[in-house]
Design a protein around this ligand. Structure first.
Ligand code: KIV
Ligand code: ZN
Length: 388
C-alpha cells in the first residue's frame, strides 16, 4: 500500500496572519466546515492564547468538526500550551503545535536566549504538553536557517519527550527545492529516533517556491505531512498553496506514489469561500482555482480540446469542482469552436455556407470585442436573419 500524505491546513492560523485577512469566529467556523468537506486531515484552527476571539474560534471549531484533527498553535511555554489544551478540550481528535525559534539569528536577536536555554525550553514544553494531549507537533521556527547540528539536538530531544510530528519550517521562504529536500533527508538520517515521528514541511512563498520546496521535502526528504493554505494565503507572499500541492501529488501519482485523503471536488468552493471571506482576489491565471485555469482561447487549443480534452488538459476541471472546462470565444478562436457553440446554443444553420458567413461576422466582431458572449452570438445570428 502506498504511503499517505497528510494534509495540514493552516488557512485559519498562518493564513489569517496575512495583513488584512483576519476572520471572525463565524467566518472561521464556516471555512472549517468546508475544510472538513474537503477531508483535510488536520485543521490548524488558530493560536488559542493570542486573543479571546481566537480562543473561542478554536473552541467552536473543536466542538463542531468531527472528521478532521483540530490543532492550536502554542509557543513553548506552559501558559500557551494550557490555553491550547483548554480550547481543544471537546475535539474528537486534538493536536497541540508547539514552536520555538532555533536559528542563531532568531535566538540571539528575537528571543534573547542561548541555544542551551532554547533546547531546555523545547524539551520541557513537549514534556508538559504530553500530559495534556497525545498528539504533539513541534516546529523549530526558522528551522531551515538553523545550524543543523543544533537542530538535530533539539529535534532528537523533543521526539524523546513524545513529539509525534516534527515540522521543519522555511519561515522566511529562503529555501530552494533540492537544498530543502536534502536538508530534511539529512535531519532524518542523522537523528537516531527520527522514525518515531512523522516529518512535515512548512514553506513560505517569498521567492515563489513554496509548493516546489514542499514537494521536494516530500520526495527527497521523505516528509509525509505538508502544511498549506487555501489559495496560498499567508504572511507576506503567503504559504504553500493547498490546491496546487494536492493536485500535483494527485495528477503526478506516477511520480510521487502517494495517497491523499482529500476530496478534491470541493477545492474550488473552498477557494471561493476564502477569497470572499478575506477579500483577497484569486488571480485569473492561478493554477487549479484561477478563472482561466481550465479556459481555452486559442483556435488550435480549442480545436484540440473539442476533439480530446487531454490534448491540452492534464486534470479534469470537474475533479476540482468546476462545472466544466471553458472555451472562451474571441479573435483567436477557430471555426470548430464556433460551430460547437452554435450547437450548444441550439442554433442550426442550413448549410456550411451559412456557417462560414456567420463565422466571418463573428471574427469581425471579435476584432472589436475581447470576449464574445453567447448573447453576442445569438444577436449576430438573429441580426442576419432579420436582414435576410
Ligand atoms: O512559518 C513558521 O515558522 C510558522 C511556525 C509557527 C510553524 O508558521
Ligand atoms: Zn508559517
Amino acid at each position: 500500500m502506498a504511503d499517505k500524505l497528510i494534509i495540514f491546513d493552516t488557512t485559519l492560523r498562518d493564513g489569517e496572519q496575512s495583513p488584512g485577512a483576519s476572520m471572525t469566529k463565524d467566518e472561521k467556523l464556516r471555512i472549517a466546515r468546508q475544510l472538513e468537506r474537503l477531508k483535510v486531515d488536520v485543521i490548524e484552527a488558530g493560536f488559542a492564547v493570542s486573543s479571546n476571539g481566537d480562543f473561542e474560534a478554536v473552541q467552536a471549531i473543536a466542538n463542531a468538526i468531527r472528521e478532521s484533527t483540530i490543532c492550536s498553535l502554542a509557543r513553548a511555554n506552559d501558559r500557551d500550551i494550557s490555553r491550547a489544551a483548554q480550547a481543544l478540550a471537546d475535539a474528537a481528535s486534538a493536536r497541540i503545535h508547539i514552536f520555538i525559534a532555533t536559528s542563531a539569528l532568531h535566538m540571539e536577536k528575537k528571543l534573547r536566549m542561548t541555544p542551551e536555554q532554547v533546547l531546555e525550553q523545547s524539551r520541557q514544553s513537549v514534556r508538559f504538553a504530553r500530559n495534556l494531549v497525545g498528539d504533539i507537533e513541534f516546529s523549530p521556527e526558522d528551522g531551515y536557517r538553523s545550524d543543523p547540528d543544533f537542530l538535530c539536538r533539539v529535534l532528537e530531544a523533543v521526539i524523546a519527550e513524545g513529539a509525534t510530528t516534527i515540522n521543519v519550517p522555511d519561515t522566511v521562504g529562503y529555501a530552494v527545492p533540492e537544498l530543502y529536500g536534502n536538508f530534511i533527508k539529512t535531519l532524518r538520517e542523522r537523528i537516531p529516533n527520527s522514525d518515531q515521528a512523522i516529518w512535515s514541511v512548512h514553506c513560505h512563498n517569498d521567492l515563489g517556491m513554496a509548493v516546489a520546496n514542499s514537494l521536494a521535502g516530500v520526495q527527497i526528504g521523505g516528509a509525509r505531512q505538508v502544511e498549506c493554505t487555501i489559495n496560498g494565503l499567508g504572511e507576506r507572499a503567503g504559504n504553500c498553496s493547498l490546491e496546487e500541492v494536492v493536485m500535483a501529488v494527485k495528477t503526478r501519482r506516477d511520480y510521487f506514489g502517494l495517497d491523499l485523503g482529500i476530496d478534491t471536488r470541493h477545492i474550488v468552493a473552498a477557494s471561493r469561500m476564502v477569497s470572499q471571506t478575506t477579500g483577497f482576489v484569486v488571480q485569473p491565471n492561478k493554477a487549479v482555482v484561477g478563472a482561466n485555469a481550465f479556459a481555452h482561447a486559442s483556435g488550435i487549443h480549442q480545436d484540440g480540446v473539442l476533439k480530446a480534452r487531454d490534448t491540452y488538459e492534464i486534470m479534469r476541471a470537474e475533479d476540482v469542482g468546476w462545472s466544466t472546462n471553458k472555451i472562451v470565444l474571441g479573435k483567436l478562436s477557430g471555426r470548430n469552436a464556433f460551430k460547437q457553440r452554435l450547437q450548444e446554443l441550439g442554433v442550426s444553420l442550413d448549410s456550411e455556407t451559412e456557417v462560414n458567413a456567420a463565422f466571418t461576422r463573428f471574427k469581425e466582431l471579435a476584432d472589436r470585442k475581447s470576449e464574445i458572449f453567447d448573447e453576442d452570438i445569438l444577436a449576430l445570428i438573429s441580426d442576419e436573419s432579420v436582414s435576410c
